[in-house]
Design a protein. Structure first.
Lengths: 290, 290
């Protein structure tokens, strides 16, 4: 399941073998860039506009000028799927950096952003969707502008690696006990029929699936309360789940080896998973839970 | 003043034209790596052991295994100067990332770190050393492990760019009014004959020149107090200065357009500049201040 051969480089398509970067590149030396991952089902993008909008918002937030307008990028991303005849479940990864220039913290002058995008197959993880996952808790040591989907991902990498070494899928991050989100997904707690999650401040990434979850909750008449929950709240949680573009909506069944809801996926979580499948036009698929 | 032709790639030397990076590289996609910049005077490294030690400390802190031991790296760095017949004032830049692998937050298995180093000329900025520089103040929005010299430099980039746009050399960072350091240098305040600077906690980079400044202060009998000063303290400061490997010891003469010590470099700052020149074996040079 490697990268499809045709990749986007700036506003042109090329073979992946032709895409490489010089050693003085601002992504490579400063993490001076932003990215997006968009889910693909049956060769169609899901939450496409939301992701493209966020890509431009992130670029604005770091004052990065992209070499295209939104509509042009959308056309290029659609063409990327066509060029590769991509019809499967997968993802597109795209990033933009502040270009190639002699190393200096200040922005280079007259240098165009470097942009690339590529497509990969990525089957849905039916086992995780059905059986849920476990998380560890970790202090949130990230910078103060987590709403920017930047390439400065070292704290996320370290947290996720520690989760893996503890046989967990994710690390649930907290600041002084207040839960922000996971290392690469948003986190939610259900109590007395209400969904709680950290407000969309600069402390968390404003997930595209998070926005969809809010919409599903509204449609289902489930209160969606943007209020951070605490590590202590977890002990009496009725349900917990996370969301991201690659993970969808996943039941969290254990936190630091202690079960949530006796380790059983909750009713509201299941409703949101169903709503997700309907919204993504994949509700006709056979999954383990059906 | 470009990059010297011969560069270090892993443990081999190659021409810079042969050094490039694939698009799925953990430096480029996660900033998952560390770096060092070492000052060179007349073709000799300054504070060499300190920098190499810190490179290994940073690698340890992000759990990155380097493809060489300290002594081997030292030999390679010396050879890099010889291969290029480098006899000038300059810098070496070196970085190590967690290698090239399909994108995934967790560490790749069985993948070697990518390492490179290159040399550039960089004359001393005699005008700045003599006349001092100005800074703006900015909130410190960085992550909580600033002692690691990591490639996650986006907040530093944004702060330095803002400084430049305000005709300043640096941004003085603070957390709730408590000064940490500058975007790419350590910061100091002198009051009543004593030097104050943020303690070497995880909130600041432990500068190699900062260590040298402490040593100079001890030799000169000037108290070196590791205690953070505040933005309010600046109003009554006798002197301020910053230090870094590329900047040396620079008088800070204005903070947010307000003069420090009537905009005149202070006596202790000058003593430390002299001590630096002696320590780096460049005290025989004609500089503007002599």
């Amino acid at each position: 399941m490697g990268v499809y051969p045709i990749v986007l480089s700036q506003t042109k398509f090329t073979h992946q073998d032709n895409l490489d970067y010089p050693f003085e590149e601002r992504g490579l030396q400063f993490g001076d860039g932003i990215y997006e991952v968009i889910r693909i089902y049956d060769g169609n993008y899901y939450l496409f506009t939301e992701h493209v909008d966020r890509f431009f918002r992130s670029a604005d937030a770091i004052r990065l000028e992209l070499p295209f307008e939104k509509e042009q990028l959308k056309t290029l991303l659609h063409d990327l799927l066509k060029q590769n005849n991509m019809k499967n479940d997968g993802i597109v990864y795209m990033q933009a950096t502040r270009g190639s220039a002699p190393r200096d913290h200040v922005f280079p002058v007259g240098v165009e952003a470097n942009v690339y995008a590529y497509v990969k197959d990525l089957p849905r993880n039916l086992s995780n969707l059905e059986n849920g996952i476990s998380v560890i808790t970790k202090e949130d040591i990230r910078w103060k502008k987590c709403y920017i989907k930047s390439l400065n991902l070292l704290p996320n990498v370290l947290a996720k690696q520690e989760a893996k070494e503890n046989n967990c899928y994710e690390a649930l991050l907290h600041e002084d006990g207040l839960v922000t989100e996971c290392s690469s997904s948003n986190a939610y707690l259900v109590k007395d029929g209400k969904i709680y999650t950290h407000p969309a401040t600069s402390r968390i990434l404003h997930g595209c699936v998070r926005m969809a979850v809010e919409r599903f909750a509204n449609e289902l008449g489930i209160p969606f309360i943007e209020e951070a929950f605490t590590l202590a709240d977890i002990q009496s949680a009725d349900e917990m789940f996370l969301s991201s573009s690659t993970s969808e909506v996943l039941p969290i069944l254990n936190v630091d080896r202690k079960p949530v809801n006796n380790g059983i996926p909750g009713e509201i979580t299941r409703k949101l998973q169903d709503a997700y499948q309907k919204d993504a036009n994949i509700s006709n698929r056979k999954t383990a839970q059906q």
